[in-house]
Design a binder for this molecule. Structure first.
Ligand code: ATP
Length: 476
């Protein structure tokens, strides 16, 4: 399937089966804001859970917190977001359409032959690195890059545009009351560094993890849930002794890639992209990119943030944020390695990988199915229990099985439609296991289990269903 079609097919599928809806759809939607439906909310929660357990429960030295979205406004001064969290933008004077400069040039580069495109991107990265806005504008003009709406090259100068949303706290709308919706969750971890270290008696190296909403006033929001204005991040800051950051950076690159591969996604669908233009706080940084329907794009960042953030907060708050390392008898401000993954991007990655349209036609009849081959541990519904008919005590047996299983995992009961139709619907929802209760069940206590991906069916003991499903959905 062509990539553009694939993205459209996934968006359609998500709406049809209750995964993701446009926010406020009955009012024609709110751009780049999405709601998760009954299936999407489960899928998202399962990915969050897989991340949370991998990053806290399965680690000896990482704890999780849940900081507030609102923070003291000075936090964002100290972090550099008030002054630096902006993207260079350019407007087309004829259409009034605004573009992020790097997106505009990248989109144009994709239309060129591979080596010419790469050369253009390289020049752009150098100009961005030097903050050379005049040079970037010249690059756009020299390449005659056009606005997709007006088709003209009539561009304004390039300006910086801050991506933070602000609002007022309390009743008086003056500047002193301005608060921001956090653009990243990381700062909630930095400002709590000492609280957690002291109350948890944490010893360096240790980490603090957190998941939660973040907000960015993205100018060019596109690609479904890839780039949203309200989204969720899963971040972990790992505090290390200065001088050891290189080895921890490599450790976390490797560990995070292993997490991705455990989703059953083949290694060739991922790649590392080292940053050329480092953010103001970083001494090493890379992205883990996944091959989305729109091509390879960032799903996660691994950043070596030095002692920048803690030092800034120390300076702005006037409070000491040092750690006493008993092994070397020294006080220091720790260095930080950060892993930061967008939960919504992870949802999109998992959906893109899982979605398949299969032609199952035979000589006798035309047939096809849309299936979500989700990892069993992430599937919204783990087990569907389907009585073959509504008679002969089959629904009762089915409901008994559900009662047994539902404290452990999410089940679904369905007695309507032909069994074939019910299987297809479960395929579309990504349900890995369907169990059918039939006449024989009453006679010998066996059921048919059907596997979503292979569509193979097997006869197993009714009493084994719970154990088998639990084994197959285990995260660790
Ligand atoms: P991009 O270059 O795509 O804007 P970024 O480098 O600004 O991303 P980070 O600040 O490193 O992103 O944020 C960490 C992670 O948060 C990203 O890897 C991504 O998965 C997620 N993320 C960032 N911005 C958005 C967004 N607007 N919508 C959804 N997820 C996002």
């Amino acid at each position: 399937m062509a990539n553009d079609n694939k993205l459209q097919a996934i968006i359609g599928h998500c709406k049809e089966y209750g995964f993701i809806f446009q926010s406020s759809e009955i009012y024609d939607g709110l751009s780049a804001v999405y709601d998760y439906g009954q299936m999407g909310a489960e899928l998202k929660r399962n990915i969050r859970e897989y991340w949370w357990k991998s990053m806290t429960q399965m680690q000896d030295n990482i704890v999780g917190i849940d900081a507030a979205i609102f923070m003291h406004p000075t936090v964002w001064k100290a972090s550099g977001h008030v002054d630096n969290f902006s993207d260079p933008m350019i407007d087309n004077k004829d259409s009034q359409k605004r573009y992020r400069v790097d997106h505009l040039i990248e989109a144009y580069a994709e239309t060129l032959e591979a080596d010419k495109g790469a050369a253009l991107i390289h020049t752009m990265e150098q100009l961005l690195e030097a903050n050379d806005f005049a040079g970037l504008k010249t690059l756009i003009e020299d390449n005659k890059i056009k606005c997709t709406v007006s088709g003209t090259c009539n561009w304004t100068d390039i300006r910086q545009f801050n991506l933070m949303f602000s609002t007022e706290m309390g009743s008086v709308a003056d500047e002193a009351n301005t608060v921001y919706l956090r653009p990243e969750t990381a700062q909630g971890i930095f400002v709590n560094f000492l609280n957690v270290q002291k109350s948890g008696r944490m010893k360096i190296p240790f980490g603090i993890a957190q998941t939660g909403k973040a907000f960015r006033n993205e100018i060019v929001a596109r690609g479904f849930i890839f780039r949203m204005r309200e989204f969720e991040q899963m971040e972990m800051q790992f505090f290390v002794r200065p001088g050891t950051q290189k080895e921890w950076y490599e450790h976390w690159k490797k560990t995070r890639m292993e997490w991705h591969l455990k989703l059953g996604i083949p290694a060739e669908r991922y790649r590392f992209h080292d940053h050329v233009k480092l953010a103001h706080y970083a001494d090493m940084a890379c992205d883990i990119e996944y091959d989305f329907p729109m091509g390879f794009k960032e799903v996660e960042g691994v950043h070596s943030r030095t002692d920048f953030d803690l030092k800034q907060h120390q300076q702005y708050s006037g409070k000491k944020l040092t750690y006493f390392d008993t092994e070397i008898n020294q006080h220091y401000v720790p260095y930080v390695i950060e892993t930061s993954i967008g939960l919504d991007r992870a949802v999109m990655m998992v959906l893109s990988e899982a979605y398949e349209e299969q032609d199952l036609s035979t000589a006798e009849k035309q047939d096809s199915r849309a299936v979500l081959k989700l990892p069993a541990m992430l599937a919204p519904i783990k087990l569907a229990v389907l009585p073959l008919t509504k008679k002969d005590g089959m629904p009762e047996l089915a409901k008994d099985l559900i009662e047994q299983c539902k404290p452990h995992f999410r089940c679904f009961y369905e007695e309507k439609d032909s069994i074939g139709k019910r299987y297809r619907r479960m395929d579309a929802l990504g349900t890995p296991f369907c169990v059918t209760i039939d006449q024989q069940t009453k006679e010998d206590g066996t059921v048919t289990i059907r596997y979503r991906d292979s569509m193979q069916q097997e006869r197993i003991a009714l009493n084994d269903v719970k154990r088998i499903v639990m084994e197959k959905i285990a995260m660790f």
